[in-house]
Ligand binder design. Structure first.
Ligand code: NCD
Length: 318
């Protein structure tokens, strides 16, 4: 543990986009996350960040990202100061930059979620403490992508050689924008399944196309690719990004993963979802061992513990 942390490639760095990190840096993160898993399972936590404070500012709703970052910090022996848009001075008209300047005076690391793409990068200009992007509108969600790849590694043993089918709102889903860019570090086949109006943005596809180790193809239905799929990554139609509610309602329910679809899947395929789900995975699928989305939440705790330890705390002695 100490040897990992003493040469942390993440030390005091902002975590804004998955594009910042190399495959060897990811391996450090995943190695520490595995150690965190063992520590949590054996003893609940470890006093690595005692005396340190994580500030978090969430200007959009969150259950898992905010909850797992907070649990991660507490399990590392640190503390958390939280603000949100409904009870902070944001209500009085305070800007993101002034909110960030303020929290930068109090904490050792700042976790930010905000509706505008690029907001985390802007936030990082207003404070010297590292900023972690917990979702910037439809932009990126790098820590979700880290935990998604960690989940694939833990569940299937490897990422290379897999066929990953991504279903749902590929236009507005920041988790999939980060995930496909992160997968550029691996040799994978990507299948995109979405309604016509919610396809993967051209600029994201163009970025992925630069990676020679990836093949990406669009398909109209889950059924057309289910038999060759190793990871079925399902996403929610992002209601809050629609200006026209009728358009949202017309796409809701286009793709629903059911037991009947699961009968056509490989015995070792896993179903992932960043959650929350609305209706895109039927509750009956929860009882299938291949449903990995609840385990994925737990992996998120280990990855965020690892990330906080690597960003904040290399010099803390055990
Ligand atoms: C996602 C998000 O906020 O982008 N949730 C999460 O962080 N686990 C996915 C979503 O909201 O659909």
């Amino acid at each position: 543990m100490i040897s990992f942390l003493s040469k942390s490639p993440f030390l005091h760095r902002n975590i804004l986009s998955v594009k910042q990190f190399t495959r060897s840096e990811l391996h450090v993160l995943f190695g520490v996350a595995q150690e965190m898993r063992t520590i949590v399972e054996r003893q609940g936590g470890i006093q690595l960040l005692q005396g340190r404070v994580m500030c978090s500012a969430f200007f959009e709703p969150s259950t898992r990202t905010s909850g797992s970052f907070e649990a991660a910090m507490v399990r590392l022996g640190g503390s958390v100061v939280k603000v949100d848009s409904s009870t902070s001075s944001v209500v009085k008209g305070e800007t993101l930059s002034d909110t960030v300047r303020t929290l930068g005076c109090y904490g050792d690391v700042l976790v930010v979620r905000h509706p505008s793409p690029g907001s985390a990068e802007i936030a990082a200009k207003y404070t010297k403490i590292p900023v972690i992007n917990a979702g910037d509108g439809i932009g990126e969600h790098p820590t979700q992508a880290f935990l998604d790849v960690f989940t694939i590694r833990e569940e299937l043993g490897t990422v290379n050689g897999l066929t990953i089918t991504i279903v749902g709102d590929l236009k507005n889903g920041r988790t999939v924008h980060s995930l496909v860019k992160l997968l550029c570090n691996y040799d994978v086949t990507l299948n995109y399944v979405s309604p016509d109006n919610l396809k993967m943005p051209e600029e994201v596809k163009a970025e992925v196309a630069k990676c020679s180790s990836i093949r990406q193809t669009e398909y109209p239905t889950i059924e057309s690719v289910i038999e060759s799929t190793d990871v079925l990554y399902v996403t929610r139609i992002q209601k809050e990004r629609f200006t026209n509610l009728e358009e949202y309602e017309s796409t809701l329910g286009t793709y629903i993963v059911t037991n009947s679809i699961m009968t056509k899947a490989k015995p070792h395929m896993i179903v992932m979802h960043p959650l929350p789900r609305v209706n895109e995975i039927a509750v009956e699928v929860d009882f299938d061992q291949r449903a990995a989305y609840f385990r994925q939440m737990r992996y998120g705790l280990y990855v965020r513990m690892a990330l906080l330890a690597l960003v904040v705390g290399h010099d803390v002695k055990m």
